[in-house]
Structures are given as structure tokens and as C-alpha cells.
Design a protein around this ligand. Structure first.
Ligand code: ZN
Ligand code: FE
Length: 256
């Protein structure tokens, strides 16, 4: 199969825009629709015609351009069934375990409640790519706005179970701030220390920190490391359960 093509670009203050394109069929999708102008500019640069918008959750910074892009390109909009009433222009509702096709690529829907109750991620197993939006960030995770820490922990564990080599695109360039926090939770993690140095160089040079991989996040992201003995020892939570450790890390980040 010809390679899936992916374009990443900044939108709004700190959102990422992502376009995917199947060269065999010409199918093009935008992951969420954070902002019209940069998405249109990216389509024009690539010479692609937008057919689909794959929405991850109802927050304004992920759906604001739904209506205008749908009108402009006759794009159809797929999104989470449990947030259907909050997603402008929604055509197709999907849930956990649903499988559909984008061009020649299978797309699997993974429900990841926590940031919002209906948040979904899109996984393309043949391309080895996950679109995690505001569930999993580089060295971070989304704020738990609607769900519980237990739900968010479970959602993140579902993503962590994907193959280590899975490429992960995410919703926001929060990585440098996440890195400053991560080292307070996992101070002796050598892989994290190296990554933080790389991230600081990338951001100083204006380079985006997306994408990442599941393997890199499992090794360095404190929100995926609640079971790690060194993390637990640092928090003084050696005998707590994983959910309690995760909740403690999340609440420290909220107050960081
Ligand atoms: Zn959000
Ligand atoms: Fe967001």
C-alpha cells in the first residue's frame, strides 16, 4: 500500500492541524477542524481536496471550522456518537470498536472518555498511526474536564496497549510545559531527561514536537507511568493503586 501522507501545521494559539491523504484514492481528511485559514492553506499547499473531517470531541477549538469547511468542500463529518448533539454538521456517528474506511485504510474508533465524556481517538492500524487529540499529549494528557481520573487512566491505558512503534499525533503543542512538569514526577528517569533536552532544542528552533510514539510515551510520560516503582517512590505512594497514583499526578499538574 502506498504510504499514508500526513501534513501537520499550527492552528489557533497552540492547536495542531493535521491532514491525512491516501494517494491511491485521493481521499483527504482533516483530524478535527480547529481553524479554517490554516487548514485551507495546508490543503492548497498540498494540492488536496478535503473530503472528510474526523472529529475527536466537541470542544470549540476542535470543531470551530466544521461548518465552513463542510460548506466549502462538501466534506462529510464523522464524530463521537455520545457527543453527536454538540458536533456541528455531524453526518456519521461512531463508537468504540467501530471500523470504517478512509481511502484504502481501515480506521478503528477507540473511545477515551476523561477529557470529555465522548472523546474518541482514531487508529489506522495499517499505517501504524493514532490520532489522540486531547487524550494523550507528548509528556502529558488532557485535563479531566468531564470524566473521572479513573476513566482517564483507563483511556490512556487503552492507548498504551497499542504497538510501541505506533506514531501518535496529538491536539496541542504543550510539550515544553509538560516536560517541565514531568521531571518533577520522574526526576531520575534518564530517557526523560534526554527527551526534555531534545524538546527544549526543538522548541527553541520553532520545531513542532508532534508526532511522538507510544513507546516513547510509555518510557517518559508520567501519565502512563503510574505503575512505575520510581514514580511511586518519588510520590511516596508505593502501595497505592495505579488510579490513585494517576489521579495524584493529574492533580499536581493541574496546580503546577
Ligand atoms: Zn479539548
Ligand atoms: Fe483542545
Amino acid at each position: 500500500m502506498a504510504n499514508l501522507q500526513i501534513e501537520l501545521f499550527p492552528c489557533r494559539e497552540d492547536n495542531f492541524g493535521v491532514l491525512i491523504h491516501d494517494p491511491q484514492t485521493g481521499a483527504t481528511a482533516s483530524i478535527d477542524a480547529p481553524e479554517e485559514a490554516p487548514i485551507v492553506a495546508a490543503l492548497n499547499r498540498a494540492g488536496w481536496e478535503l473530503n472528510h473531517i474526523l472529529v475527536t470531541h466537541h470542544h470549540f477549538d476542535h470543531v470551530e471550522a466544521n461548518a465552513v469547511l463542510k460548506a466549502k468542500y462538501q466534506a462529510d463529518i464523522t464524530g463521537p456518537a455520545s457527543e453527536a448533539d454538540k458536533i456541528p454538521g455531524l453526518d456519521t456517528s461512531v463508537r468504540e470498536g467501530d471500523r470504517f474506511h478512509f481511502g484504502n485504510y481501515a480506521v478503528e474508533v477507540i473511545e477515551t472518555p476523561g477529557h470529555t465524556l465522548g472523546h474518541i481517538c482514531y487508529y489506522l492500524p495499517d499505517a501504524g498511526v493514532l490520532f489522540a487529540a486531547d487524550t494523550l499529549f507528548a509528556l502529558g494528557c488532557g485535563r479531566v474536564f468531564e470524566g473521572t481520573p479513573e476513566q482517564m487512566h483507563h483511556s490512556l491505558q487503552k492507548l498504551a496497549a497499542l504497538p510501541d512503534e505506533t506514531t501518535v499525533y496529538f491536539g496541542h503543542e504543550y510539550t515544553e510545559a509538560n516536560a517541565r512538569f514531568a521531571v518533577t514526577i520522574d526526576p531520575d528517569n534518564e530517557a526523560l531527561a534526554q527527551r526534555v533536552a531534545e524538546i527544549q532544542k526543538m522548541r527553541a528552533a520553532g520545531i513542532a514536537t508532534a508526532p511522538t510514539t507510544i513507546g516513547v510515551e510509555k518510557a517518559t510520560n508520567p501519565f502512563l507511568r503510574a505503575a512505575d516503582p520510581a514514580v511511586r517512590a518519588n510520590l511516596g505512594m508505593q502501595s497505592a493503586d495505579d488510579v490513585a497514583v494517576f489521579a495524584e499526578i493529574r492533580s499536581r499538574k493541574d496546580n503546577f
